[in-house]
Design a protein. Sequence first.
Length: 401
Amino acid sequence: MTIDTAPTSLYWDPFDTEIDDDPYPLWRRMRDEAPVYRNDRYDFWALSRFHDVEAASKDPKTFSSSHTTVLETMGPKVDDTHMMIFMDPPEHTALRSLVSRAFTPRRVGGLEERIRGICADLLDPQVGSGGFDYVVDFAAQLPSRVISTLVGVPPEDQEEQRRNVDGMFHIEPDVGMRNEQAMESGLKVALYLFGLVQQRRQEPRDDLLSALVQAEVTDPDGTTRHLTDEECTRFGLLLYSAGTETVAKLLGNAALVLAENPDQRADMVAHPEVVPNAVEELLRFEPPSPVNGRWTTAEVEFHGVRIPEGSKVLMLTGSAGRDERVFDDPDRFDVRRKINHHLTFGYGVHFCIGAALARLEGRIGLEETLKRFPEWGADRATATRVHTSTVRGHHSVPITL
Ligand code: HEM
């Protein structure tokens, strides 16, 4: 069966801010009418069904990450930043196993008390207030402080680096994330981390950068070596950028979705054991990272549509989470929904290495919020959305208490 790849009335554009406000109705149409969607203007294809996104994620040989995974930076040129998110096996495998060793469950689990402490520092001053900005004052602060602690950024530098990481996600019309402000911000964080890596080489501490500096990696040719300062910096940069924005978006989305579903929120207050599942449902329902790109290394066929070699393919994990072929009544938010598996953290070799940390921060962030504020009001009309072609969420979500 051949499906029409682009019916004229169906147009999805990842840079269109109006579409981005609520892409779900359009993604539903794409799943039904054009599961292999073609956009000529930006020269990409998009897969929107759960099983197609899953299949592409499981095939890194055909669906390569090495041309980057962000639409505006993807092209025939292979990425040379050496960040593992933009690498394919076997090079990716070696680096991934190294970071997995530095990013241990012990290191992550050991952060629980620290995360609760940060939540208390941020939320206690708001008790008795009439309201606050849940993203600016809490959701954007928490992951940044947690990652800073993990990576080894001292408290006095954390706010400046948080602002720089935020700047890396700045987007401009037509050029998207490839703009001067985003590049300048990225450079600032990189230079800062480079200095920190050099310090850690002299004086290792109990943090992730020190672990990276000390770790040995075996290259595909069998040579064992330490990572260079530049490689450690890139890791720091990747963890810092991937771990800050996404969790901030998760919690910001939670503030809105829970205000819109007070019965579900009341269930979480009355039964805190539901919170971990509520985090999974929030991840499925409003994914912070709903679009992940790949470059095809060979022609590939889905539903009778051929995608040529050397194409940009966007995997819509955000649409996959709403796929009625997998989830019953997918547009209903239900903190008790049984979720076997979602794709919000990706799937396969690039599965989010920070998933355990993100889940921990999401759970504790919500537990500590609900303990202090069992009810709040929030309105999409007063929230400010951040528009990028990858991360989706809010800059600001004012809540009333
Ligand atoms: C709710 C929060 C988060 C979401 C939704 C999320 C989502 C994702 C997704 C979808 C991928 C796969 C990308 C791809 O296949 O191209 C990914 C990979 C990654 N994430 Fe996360 N992430 C989150 C939190 C974090 C945190 C807290 C960290 C670090 C501390 C982190 C670090 C990474 C890294 C390093 C990769 C690359 C892994 C690889 O290439 O092997 N993420 N994440």
